[in-house]
Design a protein around this ligand. Sequence first.
Ligand code: AMP
Length: 420
Amino acid sequence: MSKIIQAIRGMNDILPDEAELWMYTEETVRRLFASYGYGNIRMPIVEETRLFNRSIGEVTDIVEKEMYTFPDRNGDSVTLRPEGTAGCVRAVLEHNLLYDGPKKLYYEGPMFRYERPQKGRYRQFHQFGAEALGFAGPDIDAEQIIMLGRLWKTLGLTDVELQINSIGDNEARARHRAALVQYFEAHHDRLDEDARRRLHSNPLRTLDTKNPAMQDLVENAPKLAEYLNDEAKAHFEGLQALLTAAGIPFRVNSRLVRGFDYYNRTVFEWVTTKLGAQGTIAGGGRYDGLVEQLGGKPQSACGFAFGTERLVLLLKEQGVTSPAKQPDAYLVHAGEGATAHAIRLAEGMRDAGLSVLMHGGASSFKSQMKKADASGARFAVIIGDDEAVVGDLSLKPLREGGEQQRLSLPAAIDRIREYH
Ligand code: AMP
C-alpha cells in the first residue's frame, strides 16, 4: 500500500475540535472590529511580486528569504501574500476607496512565509489585520491599541504586555542610520554574518538581533529616540498620554523595530511570555509613506496584524474554551417509514429555529440513544413504526428529569423551547 500524502511542512489542518475555538475567536474579533467602525475587505491571496518588494522592502527577511514566489504559467512573477497591508493598500488605491475621506478596514485570512516551522511559527498561518487610512493623529494609533486590549479582555486573556516605540520620520531615520553604520563599522569584528551583510543595506534590523554575543554591542548603539524631530516626538508623547488616560499599561522599548520597511513613527507589539520564543501576538504601527510609495496621493495610515494560531494557542494555554454549543435535540429513528417521517420532523424543528442532530445510518435504538446522550443534546426525539404511522413523535428529556411523552410536532417544539 502506498504511503498516504501528508500536508506540506509548516502548513496545518485545523481539525473540528480546534476549529470550534477558531470560530469563536474569529466571530469575537469580527464583532469587535465592526463595533469600532472597521469594514471588512477581502483581497486575493496571490499578488504581483513587485507589490511586496516595493512595500515591505528589498532587504527585509521576508522579501529576501521567506516569500513563496514563482512564475505563473505566463511567466509573470507572482507571490503568495506574506502579509496583508500591501494588498490592502493596493486595493484601496485601485478602487479609489479614499475618495470620500479616511477609511478603517480589516481583513483576515492565510499568509505565507517560508520560515523554519516551530510552535507558533508556521509557513501558512492566519492573520487578522486592521488598517486606518487617512488618519494622522496619535488618537487612531491609541484607538487601535485600545481595541486590541479590549479583544484580549473579551477573550479572557491575561499576561499580554504592550510595548511601544517611535522610529521617527524618514529624515531622523536617515540620520540615525548613518550614525549606526558608523558605529557598527567601528565594531566590525564583533558583527555576525547577518549584521555584516546588512551593514549598509539595513543596519536597523541588526538592533533586533537575537544573537546573544551581540546584545552588548546593540545595547550601546546610537538610539533612534535621540534623533527624532519635534513633530515625531510630540506624536509619540501624544500617544503615550492617550494610552495612560485610557488606563492601558505599556512599556517603551526603544529597541523595538519591525520587519517591514514601510513603518514610521509609532510601532507597537503585544507580547506574552507564555508561548516561548514566538511571544509576539500582535504587531503594528504607522506607515505614513506607503500610500504614496504605491502610487497614491500622500495619506497617513496606521495598522496592525495578529496571528490567529498564536492567539488560539495562548487561549488554550490559559484554559479558555469556546462556549459549548449543544444541539436542542437528537433524532433517533428506526423502522419502516420512520426515516422519511424523521427527516420531515427534523426540518420542521429547524424551521422553528431549533438545532437538531439526526442520527445517520442504521443501528439499534439502544446504540442510537447512547449517541444522543453523548451529543449533549437536551432531548431525544424518538421515531419508531408507531410514531411514523400516527405522524407524531416521542420526546425524552436527557438532561432533566421527566417522562418520555408522545407529542405532536408543534407541542414538541413548544416543550423544547420551554427548556431554553
Ligand atoms: P508581522 O506581520 O510579522 O508583523 O506579524 C504579525 C503577527 O502575525 C505576529 O505577531 C504573529 O502573531 C503572526 N505571525 C507572523 N509570522 C507568523 C508565522 N510564521 N506563523 C504564525 N504566526 C505568525
